[in-house]
Each structure stands twice: as structure tokens, then as C-alpha cells.
Design a protein around this ligand. Structure first.
Ligand code: NDP
Length: 282
């Protein structure tokens, strides 16, 4: 695992390279806010941006990528197919729409945003085809438990390259991390900072003080040392810079365990088996 510098990449199960650290843009407002966040991130060494059609800011991400003038093959861009766009034909159309909005020829990673039960196998079949056509360089899932991944492994031809799940010190899901490691699926953390709700925790503050780092930096470093890809979101320049300034210190194995032990199975988002009710009107 290469986590020693900001250019560290995970080599996915198909050989494609994914930067361990990226910028998330969920709830970054379309227009200036997202454009500036992405440009600031790219200026400060980020080479991985995580968006989704659901975030309604793909156009702004695309604008920032264009303005940055960084070569396309140096940037890793993820998008996701939303629940109401799933199924075989719809997924293929959804990818075309995302590519158009992002002004890209291909995506580096295309994910199923939530595993809509009735169409999961068909949606995955579309992703496999898009992958085989070269329109997406890697494919994967979000918000899945073992049984949903098993369904894909049983019915599909390609093992997902990535699983992006909610993951932070209050929801470690070590069983899912171990499961993915066993199947050679890269684990990726969404809401790594628990949407800012855990930054006052005394244990994290103690560890942060010892390393003269912020709690956000401690959590991001914890992800990296556990081999987890992480995509903290911020629209503030100082925080975007802070969140990538995590390569000049190391957590001890005791500190990693201490952070692991904060897990109390607390979610900020929906449960993978009950999300349909959560998003019933979206
Ligand atoms: P995060 O855990 O990344 O937290 C973001 C919040 O923390 C924002 O309010 C941000 O504020 C604040 N913040 C960021 N950095 C710092 C810092 N250094 N100090 C203090 N506060 C800070 O939450 P997200 O939910 O955004 O998750 C990250 C990304 O994961 C998303 O943006 C999205 O790309 C992805 N995601 C995927 C999901 C899925 O279903 N697949 C679901 C949810 C997220 P501010 O912006 O004001 O600086």
C-alpha cells in the first residue's frame, strides 16, 4: 500500500490506479462553490474528485476540470447512477448524461449509488458493458452489505473494483472492510468526517493534540493507514488544504485501535437494507 505521499494510489483489482485521497462534493452548491472547491483541491494536489448525478453539480465539476488544464489522465473522476435511473437501459442513458455534464469522454469510476433491489443485477450488467466498452475504467457499488455484493458476485461476470460505504470512527464496519479485502475490492469511506459531527470527540482531540494536527487530519490519516480510500468534502480553502496535509505524521497501532473502538454503529445516512423508504420521494 502506498500511503506515504499525496500521490499514493490503490491498484484496483483490474490494475487501474485510484488515488487514496480525494475531494467529495456532496452538498457543494452547483456553480461557483463547487467550481472553486474543485479548482482549489486540484491546485493543492488532489487528483481525485467524487461526484454523483444526485448532487446536481456535475456540470460545475466539469467546468473546474476544464479550467484546471490538468491532463485528463492525471485526474480520477467518480460519478454514480441514481436510484431512479437504474435498470439496464436507464443506467446506460444515465452514464451518457453524466459524461455530457462533466464534459468527459470516460469516467474513472462509475458506482451504483444505492443497491435498488429489483434492478440490481440488471444495473450491474449495464455497468459491466460500459466497462467493457471503455466508457468507465472501473465499476463498483455504494451502500452495500455482504448479501448485496454476494448477489452481484453470483449473477455478474466482473468483481466490483470498489465499495463506497459510510465509514468514520462511529461506523467502522470492520466486517465489511475485511470482507472487501478478502474479495480484492477496494474499500472507500463516505462521510469520513461524519459530516463534521465527530470533530469534538475527546479521544480524537487527545490524539490530535499529541500529533499537533486537527481531528479531521487524524481521521483522514486513520483511513489511509487502514488502506481505505477517503473523500472528505469541504468548500473552504483552508480545510481543503488541511485535509490533504496528512503525510508528515503517523498514527501508532494503539492509536488506530483506540479510534476503531469509538465505533458504536451510528449512521448519518440510510441503512443499506432500508434506504428505499428514506429516499421514497427523491
Ligand atoms: P464529510 O464527512 O466529508 O464531512 C463534510 C463536512 O465536514 C462539511 O460540513 C465540511 O464543511 C466539514 N469539514 C470538512 N473538512 C473539515 C475540517 N478540516 N475541519 C472542520 N470541518 C470540516 O461528509 P460528506 O457527507 O460530504 O462525505 C464526503 C463525500 O462522500 C461526499 O461529499 C460525497 O462525495 C461522498 N458521499 C457518498 C455517499 C454515497 O451514498 N455514496 C453519501 C454521502 C457522501 P465545509 O464544506 O463547510 O468546509
Amino acid at each position: 500500500m502506498t500511503i506515504t505521499d499525496k500521490d499514493g494510489v490503490s491498484v484496483l483489482n483490474n490494475g487501474y490506479k485510484m488515488p487514496y485521497l480525494g475531494l467529495g462534493v456532496y452538498k457543494s452548491k452547483a456553480g461557483k462553490e463547487t467550481e472553486e472547491a474543485v479548482l482549489t483541491a486540484l491546485k493543492n494536489g488532489y487528483r481525485h474528485i467524487d461526484t454523483a448525478s444526485f448532487y446536481d453539480n456535475e456540470e460545475s465539476v466539469g467546468q473546474a476540470l476544464l479550467k484546471s488544464e490538468i491532463s485528463r489522465d492525471s485526474i480520477f473522476v467518480t460519478s454514480k447512477v441514481w436510484n431512479t435511473d437504474q435498470g439496464y437501459e436507464n443506467t446506460k442513458k444515465a452514464l451518457e448524461t453524466s459524461l455530457k455534464k462533466l464534459q468527459l469522454e470516460y469516467l474513472d469510476l462509475y458506482l451504483i449509488h444505492w443497491p435498488v433491489p429489483d434492478t440490481l443485477t440488471e444495473t450491474w450488467r449495464a455497468l459491466e458493458e460500459l466497462y467493457n466498452e471503455g466508457k468507465v475504467k472501473a465499476i463498483g457499488l455504494c451502500n452495500c452489505l455482504e448479501h448485496q455484493i454476494d448477489e452481484i458476485l453470483e449473477n455478474g461476470n466482473i468483481t466490483p473494483m470498489v465499495l463506497q460505504n459510510e465509514c468514520h470512527p462511529r461506523l467502522v464496519q470492520q466486517n465489511m472492510i475485511d470482507y472487501c479485502q478478502d474479495k480484492n475490492i477496494q474499500y472507500e469511506a463516505w462521510s469520513p468526517l461524519m459530516r463534521g459531527q465527530i470533530l469534538d470527540h475527546p479521544v480524537l482531540k487527545k490524539i490530535a493534540k499529541k500529533h499537533r494536527k486537527s481531528v479531521a487530519q487524524i481521521i483522514i490519516r486513520w483511513d489511509l493507514q487502514k488502506g481505505i480510500v477517503t473523500i472528505p468534502k469541504s468548500v473552504h480553502e483552508n480545510r481543503i488544504k488541511e485535509n490533504i496535509n496528512v503525510f508528515d505524521f503517523e498514527l501508532t497501532s494503539e492509536e488506530i485501535q483506540e479510534i476503531d473502538s469509538l465505533d458504536n454503529n451510528e449512521r448519518t445516512g440510510a441503512h443499506p437494507d432500508h434506504f428505499m423508504e428514506h429516499f421514497s420521494n427523491k
